[in-house]
Design a protein. Structure first.
Length: 139
């Protein structure tokens, strides 16, 4: 997988007099079954999250509140995306190094993941990630 496979997804937004609603549905905005949902909040100033890649896991990352920067790295190229709207999500494919940073106060990052937690799926060492990327057939 490459950086080109990671992309922003505009979510449907329904505005009403009593607020707005956005939603995601398997098969519409993404093509994996959600096996885990987690969120990060109460992030201190200067916090950095992520700092790893996944061997098989797909993710949809949403700024449920506030905003933050997402840096994506495929081992040879980097790209950054600012998430600061709850009606936009970022699809992240396997074997992309991800770092979340520059959170605004009160930010909440919401992640929909394609599998349950599995420590074996994580690549937490950047030199190992680069080695795996170099030896793996990457589309």
């Amino acid at each position: 997988m490459s950086l080109a496979a990671c992309h922003l997804v505009e979510l449907p937004r329904v505005d009403a007099g009593n607020g707005s609603l956005s939603y995601l549905q398997t098969g519409d905005q993404f093509d994996f079954d959600v096996q885990r949902v987690y969120y990060q909040y109460a992030l201190p100033r200067g916090a950095r999250r992520g700092g790893h890649a996944h061997r098989e896991l797909y993710q949809m990352i949403i700024a449920a509140a506030g905003g933050f920067e997402v840096t994506l790295d495929d081992g040879s190229q980097k790209s950054s995306v600012r998430l600061d709207r709850p009606d936009r999500a970022l699809l992240v494919v396997p074997m992309i190094w991800v770092e979340l940073h520059d959170y605004t106060e009160g930010s909440v990052s919401l992640v929909l993941a394609s599998s349950r937690f599995d420590e074996q799926d994580y690549v937490r060492d950047y030199p190992e990630f680069r080695r795996l990327r170099a030896t793996r057939a990457v589309a």
